[in-house]
Design a binder for this molecule. Structure first.
Ligand code: NAD
Length: 520
């Protein structure tokens, strides 16, 4: 989904707060006169407006980050590590506050918001061990009397542009490592849920990070383009939809920057006939409808190798009937406790209608609608952006409902005759983010991991998001650039290496004049 949906400039006359930037270690109001609405997706109400930066604000944010970098890059490793540990401790103690902010603006259920924070916290924890991960290397006596060694230095000001669906986790894929390595970050969050970034900025301040090292620039395409073209910004880490990822990659590369741009996805689950179908049905529900399908690692296609499709569809349908859909913040259970639904609303009405239109397309193209989530409403939340869990069968692989990313709670079943037919479908798609195979046949699983053209693979695991010390990233149209997020790729991305060849002259060994190419 592109930001054009919400980026139309509106004046901030509404009686709602205006969410501003975080620059120079503090909240900064915007004077751009441009804002976009921030909804509560569960109620449909506009709960705030977010500032959309103008060029002066973009320049001020980048200049502040440059000043922050000058200070921070001079900190010793030990001092930087102290700040990282303090940030981790504060996050660990207070992450419930952040989860509530995420749910209020994104709509996902509270436990899921907590889940994304925990996955982001993993990267913070990895980053606390940065000294051993950004060490250089030393070769004594590479030639007689000559030592060769390498050191890794920060890049400077680095830009992070994040999507709406993980307002805390996705920025945390990048900024803990970037900051640990000595860089200063300018984060441009999604304008649909801009508050999590500000909460994280406050936490950094409390942890002792110098002003300017973590900046939040609210905005739309103008702010993004400001980062992509600024000569001060050294790198761009982007996560979002594929067309924008490609634009980011091309534009930032043209401006001489390092770029990692993670795009969209269409993740398939290949179910072999020997799989445990109860396990598969549970996992298809979790991976298809969790976060209302608004996850880049959601499973959106179940490839059922016959003869399992009918039985599997029956099991998934049974489970859908039991799902509770409602306000992600929970509702009063009547006994003073909160009852949490399984699934919340979609991010905007525009996005809900787009998801709905894909179901129309599938139907028109001949798919069978097994469970129809169109027109779904929640009592007491009639204006919320809800869409019911939807199950489609026999989806033609020529339909746009199959070939394009829907990014909603819509699970498509495609029946295939064999492993090979399923594999061919996965490999012929435009995306290569995640996939999963469900089977009890170790040989088939091993063959799959070798043959599938996808970056992240689950074997009886539906959402194979790698742990922090591996790296996250897909293939094909799911990742532009060659650096994945976090893990070893993250430390490489956020540092620049220098190789030094050194000789401390001993007058007795002085070689005199020699215009030849240096040899060993
Ligand atoms: P999006 O591409 O609309 O927006 C992402 C960011 O780009 C936002 O900060 C937005 O302000 C900015 N942006 C939007 N349009 C722009 C334009 N024309 N020019 C410059 N900047 C622009 O994505 P979204 O709707 O926020 O997020 C959902 C998408 O992100 C899905 O496609 C999902 O698969 C993808 N995603 C991918 C991963 C991954 O790891 N591969 C992870 C999460 C989300």
């Amino acid at each position: 989904m592109s930001t054009t949906e919400t980026a139309s400039a509106t004046s901030s006359t509404a009686q709602v707060p205006v969410i501003g930037h975080w620059v120079d270690g503090g909240h900064r109001a915007s004077s751009s006169g441009r804002t976009a609405p921030v909804f509560n997706p569960a109620t449909g109400a506009v709960q705030a407006e977010v500032a959309l930066a103008d060029q002066a604000e973009i320049d001020a944010a980048i200049a502040s980050a440059q000043a922050g970098f000058e200070i921070w890059s001079g900190y010793s490793i030990a001092k930087r590590q102290t700040v990282l540990f303090a940030f981790r401790e504060l996050l660990n103690a207070r992450r419930g506050e952040l989860a509530a902010i995420i749910t209020a603006e994104h709509g996902k259920v509270l436990s899921d918001a907590m889940g994304e924070i925990l996955r982001g916290q993993e990267v913070v924890e990895l980053a606390t061990g940065f000294p051993s991960l950004i060490k250089g290397a030393f070769s004594e006596s590479a030639s007689t009397g000559i030592d060769v060694y390498s050191i890794k230095q920060p890049l400077g000001v680095v830009g992070i542009i994040s999507p709406f669906n993980f307002p805390a986790m996705v920025p945390m894929w990048f900024f803990p490592i970037a900051i640990a390595a000595g860089n200063a970050v300018v984060l441009k969050p999604s304008e649909k849920d801009p508050s999590a970034a500000l909460w994280l900025a406050e936490l950094w301040k409390e942890a002792g990070l110098p002003d300017g090292v973590f900046t939040v620039l609210q905005g739309d395409k103008l702010a993004v383009d400001g980062l992509l073209t600024s000569p001060i910004v050294q790198s761009i880490s982007f996560v979002g939809s594929t067309p924008i990822a490609q634009y980011i990659y091309e534009t930032a590369s043209k401006h001489g920057k390092r770029v990692q741009a993670l795009g969209g996805a269409k993740n398939h689950m290949l179910v072999l006939p020997d799989a445990d179908l109860d396990l598969v049905a549970d996992q298809a529900i979790n991976a298809g409808y969790g976060a209302a399908g608004e996850r880049c690692m959601a499973i959106s296609v179940v490839l059922a190798v016959e003869p399992v499709a009918d039985e599997l569809i029956a099991k998934i349908t049974e489970r859908i009937a039991k799902l509770k859909i409602g306000n992600g913040a929970g509702t009063d259970a009547g006994d003073g406790t909160l009852s949490e639904p399984d699934m919340g609303p979609l991010i905007t009405a525009v996005h809900r209608d787009k998801v709905s239109s894909y179901v129309d397309i599938a139907e028109a193209d001949g798919a069978e609608i097994v469970v129809d989530g169109r027109g779904f409403t929640v009592d007491g939340h009639e204006d919320g952006f809800f869409f019911g869990p939807t199950l489609l069968d026999k989806v033609p692989t020529t339909s746009r409902a199959y070939t394009e990313e829907i990014f909603g709670p819509v699970l498509s079943v495609v029946r295939v005759a064999s492993y090979d037919e399923g594999l061919e479908l996965i490999n012929s798609g435009q995306f290569g983010n995640g996939t999963a195979i469900f089977t009890n046949d170790g040989g088939a699983a091993r063959r799959f991991q070798n043959e599938v053209q996808v970056g992240m693979i689950g074997i009886n695991v539906p959402i194979p998001v790698p742990v922090a010390y591996h790296s996250f990233g897909g293939w094909k149209q799911s990742l532009f650039g060659d650096a994945k997020a976090y893990g070893a790729h993250g430390f490489d991305f956020f540092t620049r290496e220098k190789a030094i060849t050194s000789r401390w002259l001993d007058p007795a060994q002085h070689g005199g004049i020699n215009l030849g190419f240096p040899q060993n």
